[in-house]
Write a protein that binds this ligand. Structure first.
Ligand SMILES: [Zn+2]
Length: 360
């Protein structure tokens, strides 16, 4: 027997629509079940395979719960503000609201064709003023509570998209989306003070039913660690601060690393024997993206600073430890949330992984 999907599927999709089969009533006699999936960004291309994957999984759960007698709320919506839409609108001289409306219609139609059991009467759209008046309301609440603040930040800036990119969106110094040139730019940015909640976020991971590897990823992202700041004297008199979670390893430190942008380098310039080499290295490092400079990059490079040492009082006989510039150090002066880029880093032979590399 041939499965005539065009006839069978459209018949049932029509029936579900007409009978409001998946509508969540405000019925308080039944147990409640809220099935929520991440709302898609309605791009001009329509759905890609990454969309139906989680929607199908959650659809199975929602359908099973309905059969078990639950009052299931399974909504769909559109995370519809987006730069691709704005750029498309500029390029084709169409109002972004029209572009968004078209894209949403396409997505909705495709999701209906997949037979997913969303309650379409509860569709939300982030570009709807009735929706975003609430996100604005939330923002004002955060602002009044001191949890939203402005800060000058060195950011990745795509010269083509004219937008700030996350480190992950910069690939080989270019924009992941348009391959345009990415430069560093100081911008006044709105920040949310999520760090105030680091401990609560960690504690509450105990109360959720996540896979262990997801929990570990969350812990790394939150990046909270308990450690100590330790001051090291240098042979040129200036002091450097490091952060460590392992004070018991201080005695073994054999070198100290600072970023190529560290302000002490300028101060030390006329005392360093290899300033030409240092300048050359600084110029190379400036051209690298932050991503290339992090631990993801396995090719470590560096220049030893000739003429200055740090004094390790924990080491027998006050052995001096030499300095290196290292471009895989976090960019100095840039805020990584925890702002740990201001620290120098201690090294023990080659294999040191500092806690402050992670996440924030
Ligand atoms: Zn771009």
């Amino acid at each position: 027997m041939k499965y005539d999907f065009a006839a069978i599927e459209s018949k049932w999709q029509k029936y579900w629509d007409e009978h409001r089969t998946f509508h969540a009533e405000n019925d308080y006699t039944k147990p409640k079940y809220y099935a929520l999936v991440e709302f898609p960004y309605p791009s001009g291309e329509g759905l890609h395979v990454g969309h139906p994957r989680p929607y199908t999984a959650m659809d199975i759960v929602a359908r099973k719960r309905r059969m078990q007698g639950y009052n299931v709320l399974f909504p769909m919506g559109w995370d519809a503000f987006g730069l691709p839409t704005e750029n498309y609108a500029i390029e084709h001289k169409i109002h972004p609201a029209i572009v968004t409306e078209r894209n949403v219609a396409r997505f909705r139609n495709q999701l209906k064709m997949l037979g997913l059991s969303f309650d379409w009467e509860r569709e939300v759209n982030t570009t709807d003023p009735n929706y975003f008046k609430w996100t604005q309301w939330i923002f004002l609440k955060l602002f009044k509570a001191g949890l939203a603040y402005k800060k000058e930040m060195n950011v990745n800036w795509c010269t083509h998209c004219k937008v700030v990119l996350a480190n992950e969106e910069v690939v080989n110094g270019t924009c992941e989306r348009c391959h345009g040139e990415v430069i560093h730019k100081v911008k006044n940015q709105w920040m949310l003070k999520i760090t105030d909640y680091a401990q609560k976020l960690l504690d509450d991971l105990d109360s959720v039913d996540y896979f262990e590897k997801i929990k570990t990823a969350q812990v790394n992202w939150i990046g909270r660690s308990t450690g100590a700041e330790v001051t090291f004297k240098t042979t040129l008199g200036d002091e450097l601060l490091i952060y460590t979670t392992r004070c018991d390893t201080l005695f073994g430190a054999t070198y100290m690393v600072i970023s190529p942008e560290h302000p002490l380098i300028e101060k030390w310039a006329d005392k360093l024997g290899n300033m030409d080499e240092v300048r050359k290295y600084q110029a190379e490092a400036a051209r690298k993206s932050d991503f290339d400079r992090t631990e993801m990059n396995k090719d470590k490079t560096g220049v030893r600073l000739d003429g200055v040492m740090a004094i390790n009082r924990k080491r027998q006989g006050n052995t001096d430890i030499h300095f290196r510039l290292c471009s895989d150090e976090l960019r100095h002066g840039r805020d990584y949330g925890g702002s740990r880029a201001r620290y120098a880093r201690l090294g023990v032979r080659e294999k040191v992984r500092s806690a402050y590399y992670r996440g924030r």
